[in-house]
Design a protein around this ligand. Structure first.
Ligand code: PLP
Length: 390
């Protein structure tokens, strides 16, 4: 038999999706893979029902349906502080997952280096492998997950082609401050580097933190490829709708990459999602309020149990410190948690470049009753998980 591609040799199964399978096997409350168990806004579902009877069943324009791009440009122009051209500065993709992959393929050649902050969302590792690029990891230090400007500059000195910026960040919940972004921007300019952003949690930010779009920083529009999606903002992770926003010269190439990767995002879903893109400001305020309540409810429950955890500034993930249990493998701990306690989590090691095995990630994008059930099960964690003495 011929051999399979070298490119894929280093791939492991996605740990996040594996934990979902393990959670299902043990009937655990699955707080591993980050998707909601509550319904999307009713208006989107109603519009989706109508759309099935209308004429949206064939390919839309490959870089996105006109209606969708216009509604998106209108929404993002207000947020990003510049007029975005729906015809020249947007590509609609199958989620931010495809947007990031297309962005990487648009700017990198095999062998190019790309800066990635660690901890990082696990897809970025796969994105670099698939595009043949080499990651340079720069650590974010807890509890605030700050970076050292000297370490960052040392990474820039290795002449990377791009930096990947996940803001707000999964898994650590960091929302980069304006000053931090400005420091990154200055280095990107000094070393002439692209910045690829992943801003899927742009609307899930807790007071007093504020989201700043990297592309809105002075001089950054030209070198920023902004990726995001509707998955988290409208609770429609299964619709697979995302996008790239960038200057026309970059978009021209990104359009071609996207066309050959997927041709296009699902036409009926793009049409139905226009309803969401046209929502007024109140929708985003309510979303923030809803997630703030969930975060507070979940953090209070964890505090009552007495587990050490991070406090997210944005996104919907919490890292729990499991050092007290003495496990050498966080994966083994997560298996025991799903089996013996009935809660699904993700081993922290899948997000860190560094040797970290004392953290696990839980998410709280769930109905309050689901969160209460998870907390109820976690109450007995110290009785149900056997301690491993080193
Ligand atoms: C940081 C980050 N980027 C991208 C994604 C995937 O987004 P999409 O559903 O738009 O592909 C996720 C999903 O959890 C994520 O956390």
């Amino acid at each position: 038999m011929p051999t399979l591609s070298k490119r894929t040799e280093g791939f492991t199964d996605s740990v996040i999706r594996r934990m979902t399978r393990i959670s299902n096997q043990y009937g655990a409350v699955n707080l591993s893979q980050g998707f909601p168990d509550f319904e999307p806004p009713r208006e989107l579902l109603d519009r989706l029902a109508e759309v099935t009877k209308e004429d949206f069943h064939q390919y839309s324009i490959t870089w996105g349906a006109q209606n969708f791009r216009e509604a998106l440009a209108q929404k993002q122009s207000k947020l990003m502080g510049r007029t975005i051209d729906p015809n020249g500065e947007i590509v609609v993709t199958c989620g931010s997952t495809e947007a990031m992959m297309a962005a990487m393929m648009t700017v990198t050649n095999p062998g190019d280096k790309v800066i990635v902050f660690s901890p990082f969302y696990e897809n970025y590792g796969a994105d670099t492998i698939l595009s043949g690029a080499e990651p340079i990891y720069v650590p974010l230090y807890p509890p605030e997950f700050n970076f050292s400007i000297d370490e960052l500059e040392a990474a820039f000195k290795q002449k990377p082609k791009a930096l990947i910026l996940c803001n707000p960040s999964n898994p650590c919940g960091k929302v980069f401050t304006y000053d931090e972004l400005k420091a990154i921007a200055d280095l990107a300019e000094k070393y002439d580097t692209f910045v690829i952003t992943d801003e899927v949690y742009e609307h899930i930010v807790y007071e007093p933190y504020k989201h700043t779009y990297f592309a809105s920083l002075p001089g950054m529009w030209e070198r920023t490829i902004s990726c995001s999606s509707l998955s988290k903002t409208y609770s429609i992770t299964g619709w697979r709708l995302g996008y790239i926003i960038a200057p026309p010269e970059i978009i021209d190439t990104a359009k071609k990459v996207h066309d050959f990767l997927t041709v296009g995002a699902a036409a009926p879903l793009q049409e139905a999602a226009v309803t969401g893109l046209l929502f007024g400001e109140d929708y985003y305020k309510d979303l923030q309020k809803k997630y703030t309540e969930k975060r507070d409810l979940f953090l209070k429950g964890l505090d009552d149990i007495g587990i050490v955890h991070t406090v997210p500034q944005g996104a919907y993930y919490i890292l729990l410190d499991i050092s007290e249990f003495g496990y050498e493998s966080d994966l083994e701990f997560c298996e025991a948690l799903a089996r013996d306690v009935g809660v699904g989590a993700v081993p922290g090691s899948s997000f860190f470049r560094e040797d970290v095995n004392h953290l696990i990630r839980l998410h709280f994008a769930k109905k309050n009753e689901t969160l209460y059930e998870a907390l109820n099960r976690l109450k007995d964690i110290r009785k149900k998980i056997s301690y491993r003495k080193p």
